[in-house]
Design a protein around this ligand. Structure first.
Ligand code: NAP
Length: 509
């Protein structure tokens, strides 16, 4: 019997999942972890076993749909335990041969770790990493593809052997691989030039990242945060409907102290999105002069209220109130803003917990656009506790694997640093701070800043402007997120996701 484990790195494309299941021949055991589960489900497959990587930024609440005795949880941050667990599980279940299928992710270090695992165990296993471009080639034939420099290419034998192939443009030549034993997997790293495969005997599947994005070819991509957020909100809405059927209506309590116009507008937008997703909200509008004691006692009541799943205290608070005391009073299990010290600690340590919405939204946006994070130099401009610092920590986590530089007003020669950024994230609250000469050609620039600048021609007397000087930077950047319509909608989408997770109880079980 063969077993297949669909594992992380964005998961293999659904077509590939289906193809592998066909190819493996039933009955085959499926295990899935992290984004592999999403991939398997998208392919219409229901894994026998599911494996949750608790370090992951993925959607672990999906595990709840499986019987508890079929769910394994692990922390894969350190040594790819999810992969080892998946392999061991399938071996224990009597699979003589295990195939691991994961997303591309560009993780050469991951590939090498898996390869050494295979070498150590010396049991038949294959590692099939997946880009989005899947081609089948039957010998005798030559395949020529544009290079996907440094990323992973898989060449996978299909159908009955024997197989023989040779290649150019790959780090390790394919010729002479023990295809029939498959110990070494068949993934490889592309060199800078084109990749060619000569299939001498047998049929092969070639999986590699999609051709370079328009940005890499000099085109410019304006990131559509509204569309990305809509996708997330649609998913939240569907899961919310399922939860309602089981008798739970996710509910967020929103506390607003004072009449800050920007806060009023944020709270309004959040409540509208909650209603659209089929969630309930409770609105607590307190006056500017509310005392700290009153606010704390309201939070205490909401902490104890079982119908309230999340508590959001809109910042800023009036100056006589201690923000730290208020945030610290929220039950961490209801801390859907991710600001509580427990949530912050979990984030830094790479443990499961609520992620703060804006930083998480930025990461999801980068991933949505396929912007490579692993090994990229990310420069974060701003070190606030709600954006810059958590974002820098997230990006540096092993599963995202970026190299991060965190800048602030004490940074010397800011432009010299930002010009090194593959990914530049501006969260300084200074309109137009990032000029074109601070940006490297082709970089991905994410503008978190939301600044109201006076504009007599606008109906409201002001317009919103980001921290990035939009037009000139758009000429130079590979990707640029606009303001409005970039990070803002993602913040709301991630909030809804957190409320849903709180209602599903997914994070603290
Ligand atoms: P913040 O608390 O004021 O922090 C700003 C950070 O930027 C500080 O660390 C500051 O450095 C740094 N900074 C300011 N000017 C700088 C300069 N000239 N050079 C280098 N660093 C500079 O602001 P925040 O709460 O993080 O918010 C930042 C921006 O994001 C604001 O425009 C805010 O409205 C926006 N925001 C948007 C969303 C959304 O959903 N889209 C959510 C939250 C915030 P020091 O630490 O040295 O002072």
């Amino acid at each position: 019997m063969r077993g297949i484990a669909f594992i992380g790195g964005d998961g293999p494309p659904p077509d590939l999942c289906r193809l592998l299941v066909e190819e493996a021949g039933r009955p085959s055991l499926l295990a899935a972890a992290d984004s592999g589960l999403i991939a398997a489900e998208a392919a219409g497959l229901r894994p026998d076993w599911v494996l949750g990587d608790m370090d992951s930024l993925g959607d672990l609440s999906r595990l709840e749909a499986y019987p508890p005795d079929r769910v394994l949880r692990c922390e894969a941050d350190k040594d790819y335990t999810d992969t080892e667990l998946a392999l061991n599980l399938l071996w224990e279940k009597g699979c003589e041969e295990v195939w691991l299928a994961g997303g591309g992710g560009g993780r050469l270090d991951h590939l090498l770790a898996i390869r050494s695992l295979f070498e150590r165990e010396r049991r038949p296993s294959r590692w099939i990493t997946a880009g989005e471009d899947v081609r089948s080639v039957e010998a005798p034939a030559d395949l020529n593809l544009a290079g996907a420099a440094g990323s992973l290419v898989s060449v996978f034998p299909l159908g009955p052997g024997p197989w023989e192939a040779e290649s150019s443009g790959l780090k390790w030549p394919l010729a002479g691989l023990p295809w029939d034993r498959g110990f070494f997997g068949v993934s490889n790293a592309a060199e800078a030039g084109p990749f060619t495969l000569r299939a001498i005997r047998g049929r092969f599947l070639v999986i590699m990242p999609l051709p370079p994005s328009p940005a890499a070819g000099g085109g410019k991509v304006i990131i559509d945060g509204r569309a990305a957020a809509r996708k997330i909100q649609d998913g939240v809405k569907a899961r919310c409907a399922a939860l309602r059927e089981r008798g739970t209506i996710p509910c967020l309590a929103v506390i607003l102290a004072g009449e800050n116009p920007a806060s009023l507008s944020y709270v309004g937008a959040k409540e509208k999105a909650l209603a659209e997703a089929g969630m309930a909200s409770r609105d607590y509008r307190l006056g500017e002069h509310v005392s700290q004691g009153e606010l704390l006692s309201l939070i205490e009541t909401l902490n104890a209220d079982r119908e309230v799943h999340g508590i959001l205290v809109q910042l800023p608070l009036p100056s006589h109130i201690s923000v730290d005391s208020v945030i610290g009073a929220v039950d961490p299990a209801k801390d859907v803003d991710g600001f509580h010290p427990v949530s912050v600690g979990n984030l830094v340590l790479g443990r499961p917990g609520f992620l703060p919405c804006t930083p998480h939204g930025v990461v999801v946006l980068l991933r949505e656009y396929g912007i490579p994070l692993s090994g990229a130099h990310a420069v974060v401009l701003g070190r606030s506790g709600i954006v810059g610092k958590p974002l820098a920590n997230l990006l540096a986590r092993r599963d995202l694997n970026a190299t991060v530089t965190l800048c602030h007003t004490g940074t010397r020669d800011l432009a010299a640093i930002t010009r090194q950024a593959d990914i530049l994230i501006a969260a300084a609250g200074r309109p137009g701070l990032v000029s074109a000469d601070m940006v490297k050609e082709g970089a991905a620039v994410i503008d978190v800043g939301v600044n109201r600048v006076p504009d007599p021609s606008a109906k409201k007397g002001y317009r919103l402007r980001g921290d990035v000087d939009f037009e000139p930077v758009a000429e130079k950047a590979g990707y640029l997120s606009p303001v409005p319509g970039g990070v803002g909608p993602m913040t709301i989408a991630m909030l809804l996701q957190n409320v849903l997770q709180a209602a599903e109880g997914g994070l603290y079980v």
